[in-house]
Design a protein around this ligand. Structure first.
Ligand SMILES: C[S@@+](CC[C@H](N)C(=O)[O-])C[C@H]1O[C@@H](n2cnc3c(N)ncnc32)[C@H](O)[C@@H]1O
Length: 236
């Protein structure tokens, strides 16, 4: 899919660079942060987590994804690649008698997300695990909803991963995969093409009623590919 530098971050960082300072050094600093998004590590990984937390685009596409999921108070929800755990915090406010779990392979992100969700973790309503989307055997629960935001582009063999996620859903359960391409040169057309590819991957992984939603956003649209595990699905 896409792996190039994240223009969103570059633009916001450029805004704080004084024109007469050492621009090359500043660009190196920006690249240090941008290179972190696939698996944030160390100091720059923590900075990347802060950028994800406070970036208005991240908030907008997160709230849109949550609205598409139609989460109810007793739902059991799973997020893959939660970053700093902001969506888990938002959903925890809805699932007052439900449960939300997440898995992310970055230790730095797990630390930030656990801190952000400390209260609901203590209450037993949230579980945050360190691990890869390829190690889903960590979960034996059945979920009503599974989602992921700007993470699938980093997964190897997405169709296989989506098949494994289907097994974790209850019959009738919903999956939502959101992506806003932020590589240099990405356009609304890029977003739409990526969305169609994810819809095809959902179908390939056995989901029913796969469909694409598109949200016009600046500087580029977000897409969300949705699918359902049919009621007759035995999970095989
Ligand atoms: C660009 S960040 C997005 C974070 C958050 N979902 C958001 O929208 O702000 C991608 C996240 O996916 C996680 N990630 C990437 N590949 C992963 C994998 N194979 N298994 C688990 N987490 C993964 C990264 O560690 C990172 O926290």
């Amino acid at each position: 899919m896409f792996e190039g530098p994240c223009t969103e971050i570059i633009e916001s960082m450029q805004a704080v660079i004084t024109p007469n300072k050492d621009k090359e050094a500043a660009m190196r600093l920006i690249q240090s942060i941008v290179s972190q998004f696939g698996c944030p590590r160390g100091f720059w990984g923590s900075v990347a987590g802060l950028v994800m937390t406070y970036n208005p685009s991240n908030k907008e596409r997160m709230r849109w994804t949550i609205s598409l999921l139609g989460i109810r108070k007793n739902d059991r929800v799973l997020e893959i690649g939660f970053g700093p755990g902001v969506a888990i915090e938002e959903i925890g406010k809805i699932t007052t008698v439900g449960f939300i779990a997440g898995i992310d392979h970055s230790e730095v992100m797990v630390r930030q997300a656990r801190k952000r969700n400390a209260k609901t973790i203590r209450e037993g309503r949230v579980d945050i695990k360190l691990g890869s989307v390829s190690s889903l055997h960590e979960f034996d629960e059945d979920f009503d909803k599974i989602f992921s935001i700007n993470s699938i582009q980093f997964w190897d063999d997405p169709i296989q991963r989506l098949k494994e996620l289907r097994r974790l859903l209850k019959p009738g359960g919903l999956i939502a995969i959101t992506l806003q391409p932020r590589n240099r040169g990405a356009t609304d057309e890029t977003a739409c093409e990526l969305g169609k590819k994810i819809v095809a991957d959902l179908e390939g992984a056995g989901f029913s009623q796969a469909r694409l939603e598109i949200k016009k956003m600046k500087p580029v649209s977000s897409i969300c590919a949705l699918g359902i595990k049919s009621n007759s699905d035995t999970g095989l």
